[in-house]
Design a protein around this ligand. Structure first.
Ligand SMILES: CCCC/C=C/CC(=O)SCCNC(=O)CCNC(=O)[C@H](O)C(C)(C)COP(=O)(O)OP(=O)(O)OC[C@H]1O[C@@H](n2cnc3c(N)ncnc32)[C@H](O)[C@@H]1OP(=O)(O)O
Length: 265
C-alpha cells in the first residue's frame, strides 16, 4: 500500500466541516515511519483546510492502533530510527496542539502509541468489548518518554498515571471510563463516531480562534519540554535502542506476539 493510502480523510456525510481521518495500515495500524509521515502530512493539510474538526479512527475492525511498530525499534537502521522518532514527535505536537476540534473514535485496542494518539485528542469514545488501552511500555522493557507521560497527565490524575505507567497497565474499556482515560463508551464504530460528532457540536456557537487558543494554553505545559528538547529526546531514543538488554526485551516481545498467533491457529 502506498503511503498516500495509509491515512484517508473523508468529510462527514452530514457536515462537510468535519473530517473523518482513518488510519489504514493492516493488520493493526502499527505506527511505522510511513504511517507517521502520512499522519503528519494529513495534520498539516487539515490545519490549512476549511475543516474545523476531525475524528480520528481506524479501518481495522478490532484495533485502533497497536502503537509504534516494534520493527522500527528492533535492530534498527539508526538514521531511520532518528527520522522515525522525529516524525513521531511532530505528529504528537501537531495533533495535541491542533487548531481543530479533535476527537478519537477508538474502535478497538489502543496500546502505547495508539493510546498516545487517542489521548492527544480532546475527547475519546471507545467501543465496548474486550479491548484495552494504556501506556504499557514498561511491560515491553522500554520506558515511555516524558512527553507520553505529560500527555497522560492532561487526561488522568498523576497518581493514576504513575501507577498505570509503572505497572505497564492496559485498561479495559470499563476501567478506562472509570479513571477518565476515555469519555464515553460506544456500541460500535458508528456509535463512537456519532458520540465524537456530539462532542464537536458543543462548540457550534464558540468562535474557533479563542477556542483553539484556550486549548493551546491549557496544553502549553505539556509541550514545553519537548519543544525545548527535541534533539536531546531523539538522541536519547537512539541511544536507548543500542542497549543489548533493550534489544533482547524487544526480541522476546516479538516472539511473544508471534507465538500468541500460532497458539490461536
Ligand atoms: C524506547 C522509547 C519508548 C518507545 C515507546 C514505545 C511506544 C509503543 O508504542 S511500543 C509498541 C507497543 N505495542 C504493543 O505492545 C501492542 C502489541 N500488539 C498487541 O498487543 C496486539 O497485536 C493487539 C492487541 C494490538 C492486536 O491483537 P490481534 O490479536 O488482533 O493481532 P496480533 O495477531 O497480535 O497481531 C497481528 C500482526 O501484527 C503484528 N503486530 C502487532 N502489534 C505490533 C506492533 N506494535 N508492531 C509491529 N507489529 C505488530 C503481530 O506480530 C502480528 O504479526 P504477524 O501476522 O506477522 O505474526
Amino acid at each position: 500500500m502506498s503511503s498516500q493510502n495509509l491515512v484517508t480523510v473523508t468529510p462527514d456525510k452530514d457536515n462537510d466541516e468535519i473530517a473523518i481521518v482513518t488510519m489504514q495500515r493492516p493488520p493493526v495500524n502499527s505506527l511505522n515511519l510511513e504511517l507517521l509521515q502520512a499522519l503528519s502530512k494529513t495534520l498539516d493539510e487539515l490545519s490549512t483546510s476549511d475543516f474545523r474538526a476531525m475524528v480520528l479512527t481506524s479501518a481495522s475492525p478490532t484495533v485502533f492502533s497497536a502503537g509504534l511498530d516494534i520493527m522500527e525499534m528492533y535492530k534498527p537502521d539508526l538514521k531511520r530510527a532518528e527520522q522515525f522518532w522525529s516524525t513521531l514527535q511532530d505528529v504528537w505536537l501537531k495533533l495535541f496542539e491542533s487548531n481543530l476540534i479533535t476527537a478519537a473514535a477508538i474502535n478497538g485496542h489502543a496500546p502505547a502509541g495508539g493510546c498516545l494518539l487517542a489521548m492527544s485528542c480532546e475527547y475519546r469514545a471507545m467501543v465496548s468489548g474486550k479491548y484495552s488501552i494504556g501506556l504499557n511500555e514498561t511491560a515491553l522493557g522500554i520506558v515511555a518518554p516524558r512527553w507520553f507521560m505529560d500527555c497522560m497527565l492532561n487526561t488522568i490524575s498523576q497518581r493514576e498515571a504513575e501507577i498505570a505507567l509503572t505497572t505497564g497497565k492496559l485498561f479495559s474499556v470499563e476501567e478506562a471510563l472509570k479513571v477518565g482515560l476515555i469519555d464515553e463508551t460506544a456500541k460500535d464504530k458508528e456509535d463512537a463516531i456519532n458520540k465524537c460528532l456530539g462532542f464537536i457540536e458543543k462548540f457550534e456557537s464558540i468562535p474557533p480562534l479563542p477556542r483553539s487558543m484556550t486549548k493551546q494554553k491549557f496544553r502549553a505545559n505539556g509541550v514545553q519540554w519537548l519543544k525545548a528538547n527535541k534533539q536531546a529526546d531523539i538522541d536519547e531514543f537512539v541511544h536507548f535502542l543500542k542497549f543489548p538488554q533493550v534489544q533482547q526485551s524487544l526480541e522476546m516481545y516479538i516472539h511473544m506476539l508471534k507465538s500468541k498467533q500460532n497458539k490461536s491457529e
